[in-house]
Design a binder for this molecule. Structure first.
Ligand code: GTR
Length: 447
């Protein structure tokens, strides 16, 4: 009796821990591993160096009780996990739509891109002050499709004008990082137009019947650490004794909040099917898309492209970028409390599989790239695998495989999609085509 109890506990721990996760399916190129290890031997790039860990179980409440059914997940455990992520990882944004927020459609061309699309540009003022902070939403909607159209929304890194050479796109006036093409004195110039076009195959998206909406993430919060005086935190923060709370919102939370404000707009636009909005993001903005989709159930589908640490990758693996590294390099991305977990990932009450699980029952897609070891492809896959039991509890197929697939073999049948693409850290047309394949199946299945 006692023995069988221990066997059950052992098997259960293994199913959540690292042992069963090692070394199956896709493997990183040994040459690449060698090269990266030479560059920085302190970083884990080999599976055998991944420490033992046990993941928190998404289906066990903090008080130890088991999540018995879908209702308990939805009403008890899901809110509990959201609170844990707010308190310990991303911080806490103001709830809901700001009361003085306004939308202004300042550009509408129903014959854009040689008649392929309707282009709209909307200014969103978060407060009654028109001089900021505000964000501009750029939208291309396919003219050939029946309205309202399902639409992908994505934050971009370099201003709306960088996603397409269309000269009618408003040139961003927001702060931008130096060092990229067309940025002078931290402001975008005409030379920056279309420079990120390869990551946004606009015409191909339109031809498949989807709209695309995009916003420059720096409109919401400029991506540098200024003590949170600029961006939306500077406007909405409530300081206690002149100080921010340890769970005050970091930049990722602010960007995610901005995506929800875009959703507020979509709900007012009859051309967009607000019940079929897919939130997608790459890298730090993939982390953001996951967190936005986890919190805001109005997003019908969620996509993480190469999001890595603090996104889809399991933090406890410490593979590639770690909690400590990310907090040191980007002290403004997460809430202050997250820094307590530098080199103490096992003390976190959550791990990133629980972020994926928060999207349930909605479809979620995680993608990795074979050369992007910094983002820990296997750790991203394992989050999907360990989120799967939540989908199963809800009576849905989650991930269709238990072991990591090979390169360029998308797994799309269940509500959790996954692929590992050959190549480096990027959002490519291959990725987009797979996301649209997934959306074709899972968005049309929505009632
Ligand atoms: C890296 C960072 C990653 C990832 C990436 C990006 O420097 O370490 O977490 O987010 O930036 O956003 O491009």
């Amino acid at each position: 009796m006692l023995l069988s109890f221990f066997i059950v506990v052992y098997l259960y721990t293994c199913s959540l821990g690292s042992d069963s996760d090692r070394g199956k399916g896709w493997k990183a190129s040994p040459d690449l591993v060698d090269k990266l290890m030479k560059r920085d031997p302190t970083i884990i790039y080999q599976e055998e160096k991944v420490p033992q860990y046990t993941l928190p179980d998404p289906l066990i409440m903090s008080d130890g009780s088991k999540v018995a059914d879908a209702q308990m997940w939805q009403t008890k455990r899901r809110p509990e996990i959201l609170e844990l992520f707010r308190t310990h990882v991303y911080g806490r944004a103001p709830i809901g739509r700001p009361k003085d927020m306004t939308f202004e459609v300042f550009d509408l061309d129903r014959n854009a891109l040689s008649g392929l699309a309707t282009r709209k540009q909307v200014g969103v003022s978060f407060t009654s002050k028109k001089d900021g902070p505000y964000m501009d939403i750029l939208m291309y909607l396919p003219n050939a499709a029946k309205k309202p159209v399902p639409t992908f929304v994505i934050l971009n890194f370099a201003g709306n004008q960088a996603i397409h050479p269309d000269p009618a796109i408003k040139l961003s006036k927001s702060w931008m990082r130096q060092g990229s093409v067309g940025v002078v004195n931290n402001i975008a110039t005409e030379q920056s137009r279309g420079r990120e076009y390869s990551s946004y195959p606009v015409e191909k998206i339109l031809k498949r019947g989807y709209g695309l909406a995009t916003i420059y993430y720096g409109d919401i919060d400029p991506d540098f650490h200024d003590g949170f005086s600029n961006g939306v935190q500077g406007v909405f923060d409530k300081l206690v004794d002149g100080k921010r709370a340890p769970d005050a919102w970091g930049s990722i939370d602010a960007w995610a909040w901005g995506l929800s404000r875009a959703m507020d707009y979509f709900e007012t636009d009859g051309d967009i099917n607000s019940k079929r909005v897919v939130v997608i993001g790459h890298s730090r903005l993939g982390k953001t898309a996951l967190w936005a989709g986890a919190q805001d159930e109005r997003f019908a589908m969620v996509i993480s492209n190469d999001s890595g640490c603090g996104g889809a990758a399991i933090s406890r693996r410490r593979f590639g970028e770690t909690v400590e590294r990310i907090n040191k390099s980007f002290p403004h991305w997460f809430c202050e409390n997250f820094k307590k977990y530098n080199s103490r990932e096992n003390a976190l009450p959550v791990d990133q599989h629980m972020l994926i699980a928060l999207v349930a029952p909605r479809p979620v897609y995680v993608a990795s790239a074979s050369d992007d070891l910094w983002a820990d492809p296997r750790g991203e896959f394992l989050s999907c695998k360990h989120a799967d039991p939540v989908y199963r509890l809800l009576g849905l197929d989650g991930l269709e495989v238990q072991e990591m697939p090979g390169l360029d073999q998308p797994m799309q049948k269940g509500k959790i999609g996954y692929h590992i693409r050959s190549g480096g850290h990027a959002l490519t047309e291959y990725d987009w085509q797979r996301y649209m394949d997934f959306a074709d199946v899972h968005l049309s299945a929505l009632r």
